[in-house]
Design a protein around this ligand. Structure first.
Ligand SMILES: [Fe+2]
Length: 328
């Protein structure tokens, strides 16, 4: 069989097609920001950004081992540092990215000429194939969490990048402050002018938080959660990755259904406990937790309200006709 270049399926059959539910390689992990921050700042002292292109610590899935370039099967996570006055040169690549801003003021990303300020808790998109560079006009370090669908592109043998000089910037605020300032309103569209595929590339945290607060007042026993969507289509903001903002009221306990997605929770604000498949994790501001597929997750907030951003691959699974939820 070896010589003929074939292998028997039957000994491997149940590994490939286990009964009733998949077997996850991904292992859940809690990355405390307090552990990552000093390492990132040390990297800032040792590695000039000109040499690194992007100064990033990758959050490695323990299920795949140290140095693994992914946090789950479909999600890459990296904690990135930009120091005052630094720029990260323009590039574009096949995978799509979004960043959640973790710390600092004065940083911004330029995507196809649009200047996107980066304030704590904001989500900024750099969709696949779009030129992007980063700069920093503040006076303290800026740190953000990158989330990419990179593992898929590596799997497809489709991952590559191109480089270019820094982009010229359009002299106007980004689309979230101009065309899409109010929910439910957008500029009129003529049939001859196609809508941009990614019309809004920055989701300011200030407005997300305000919306969650308003919902919480009348939510009763309902979970207070909002999905990030493309304001023109109502669809997910990126082709493979989705984002949601979750508010936990003081002392609230949330038990989501078992989902077929692998996921990541990033804490914007607050403290609490996560139980993931029986494992207890105590989380605080700016921490990050990975969740394998079909995990039993219970999130509880301490005595103060908490806000988390959930990153998941439901858009990809829905395109494959697969997304599934199972009751607890
Ligand atoms: Fe990039």
């Amino acid at each position: 069989m070896n010589a003929a270049g074939v292998a028997p399926l039957w000994p491997m059959m149940r590994n490939l097609l286990p009964h009733k539910r998949p077997i996850a390689t991904t292992k859940s992990h809690h990355w405390a920001f307090a552990d990552l921050r000093p390492l990132l700042l040390r990297a800032g002292q040792l590695t000039p950004v000109e040499k690194a292109e992007r100064r990033v610590l990758v959050l490695s899935d323990p299920g795949r081992g140290v140095g693994s370039m992914q946090a789950t099967a479909s999600i890459y996570l990296g904690m990135q540092l930009l120091l005052p006055g630094e720029t990260a040169p323009a590039h574009r690549h096949t995978p799509s990215a979004a960043r959640v801003i973790v710390e600092g003021e004065g940083g911004f990303t330029i995507v196809e000429g649009e200047k996107l300020p980066m304030q704590e808790g904001d989500i900024v998109l750099t969709p696949g194939g779009r030129w992007h560079d980063h700069a920093h006009e503040g006076d303290k370090p800026v740190i953000w969490l990158d989330a990419l669908d990179l593992p898929l592109f590596v799997y497809l043998e489709g991952s590559y990048a191109e480089e270019a000089p820094l982009q010229a910037r359009r002299n106007r605020p980004d689309a979230s402050e101009v065309e899409y300032l109010a929910a439910g309103l957008r500029p009129p569209r003529s049939p001859s002018a196609p809508t941009a595929q990614y019309p809004m590339m920055r989701f300011p945290w200030r407005r997300t938080r305000e919306a969650l607060h308003a919902m919480a007042k009348h939510a009763g026993a309902e979970t207070v959660e909002l999905d990030y969507v493309n304001p023109e289509t109502g669809q997910a903001v990126l082709p493979a990755l989705g984002f949601a903002a979750l508010m936990l009221r003081p002392g609230e306990v949330v038990r989501p259904a078992l989902r077929s997605t692998s996921e990541v929770y990033h804490v914007v604000h607050g403290k609490g406990v996560a139980m993931v498949n029986g494992e207890r994790m105590r989380w605080g501001p700016k921490d990050t937790i990975s969740i394998p597929v079909f995990s039993e997750v219970t999130l509880s907030a301490d005595g103060e309200e908490a806000f988390l951003i959930r990153i998941h691959d439901r858009p990809l699974q829905e395109k494959l006709g697969y997304y599934e939820e199972r009751p607890r």
